[in-house]
Design a protein around this ligand. Structure first.
Ligand SMILES: NC(=O)c1ccc[n+]([C@@H]2O[C@H](COP(=O)([O-])OP(=O)(O)OC[C@H]3O[C@@H](n4cnc5c(N)ncnc54)[C@H](OP(=O)(O)O)[C@@H]3O)[C@@H](O)[C@H]2O)c1
Length: 252
């Protein structure tokens, strides 16, 4: 039986775990960083926590006799992606990166692209004073030095420490989100601009569509570059890659 290590933390990784669960020729282990407190129910084996860098992951691949690695982490989880590339290079374990397509501006969108969270924070002047900040906890520190703006922050889990923002409200919610609810939320808080990462995918796209509907600008943080190597954009492409690598043809 082939052993697959699936680096997760995304909706696509969950879909892959579900799709491979009944496969008698494949043992799938989903790996999570352990950042969220209520991870969704994942079929198959699940391990939680870091590996200890690229070297730790290389050791893990060997000790666990992993045959294939699918990196289905979030497009912004670049440290993990680089470590996976390095560890697979060093051990010869085949690796596929699942990278959902980035969002592209549609007619009516008012996007201001930023290279990273710091650049996004530096570019807020002139966009009003009330922002919907949806970057996730790690990037909030980039907005800490700003005294004037007010932020509506949305996170999945309540943070352990107070947010380092002078003026803000916090809401807790997990996607997927609906466009009508996002429009109501932004209207209700008199939001003047949305700050988002270009995550791609369906689960959090509603806020982008809502900003378009409301005619609001979006400060869009560009994706970091993924390491070179084999890439897939969809779960079906990953399943076909696994099938080909395990000598069992593609999905029907
Ligand atoms: N970044 C985002 O915006 C975002 C959004 C949604 C979901 N996520 C998910 O949240 C997790 C953490 O993201 P991040 O941006 O903090 O990652 P990151 O900065 O790329 O990774 C930091 C460290 O966290 C550990 N790690 C990350 N993903 C892991 C996984 N799937 N299994 C085991 N260890 C993992 C690794 O520790 P060691 O070096 O010790 O191995 C890695 O070096 C990922 O699983 C990602 O898919 C991230």
């Amino acid at each position: 039986m082939a052993r697959l290590l699936l680096l997760g933390g995304t909706a696509e990784a969950l879909e892959l775990a579900r799709s491979t669960a009944g496969d008698p020729g494949l043992h799938t282990v989903t790996s999570l960083a352990g950042r969220t407190r209520r991870p969704a129910e994942i079929p198959g084996e699940v391990r939680v926590g870091g590996f200890g860098g690229a070297e730790g992951l290389a050791r893990h691949l060997q000790e666990q006799a992993i045959d294939l690695l699918v990196d289905a982490t979030h497009p912004f989880a670049v440290v993990m992606a680089r470590n996976a590339a390095q560890a697979c290079h060093d051990t010869g374990v085949p690796r596929l990166k699942l990278l959902r397509p980035a969002w592209r501006p549609a007619p009516g969108d008012l996007w201001l692209e930023a290279a990273d969270a710091a650049a996004a924070a530096a570019g807020l002047s002139g966009l009003g004073g009330r922002f919907f900040l949806t970057t996730g906890l790690r990037d909030i520190a980039a907005f800490a030095g700003l005294e004037d703006p007010w932020f509506l922050v949305r996170l999945i889990d309540r943070p352990e420490a107070a947010l380092p923002l002078a003026r803000h409200d916090l809401i807790l919610a997990r996607g997927p989100f609906a466009e009508a609810a996002e429009v109501a939320l932004m209207r209700g808080h008199r939001i003047e601009a949305l700050i988002a990462k270009n995550s791609g995918g369906y689960s959090t796209y509603a806020k982008i569509a809502a900003a378009r509907r409301l005619g609001l600008p979006v400060v869009m943080i560009r994706r970091p570059k993924a390491p070179a190597g084999e890439m897939a954009e969809t779960v079906d492409q990953v399943l076909a890659w696994i099938a080909a690598r395990t000598g069992r043809g593609g999905p029907s």
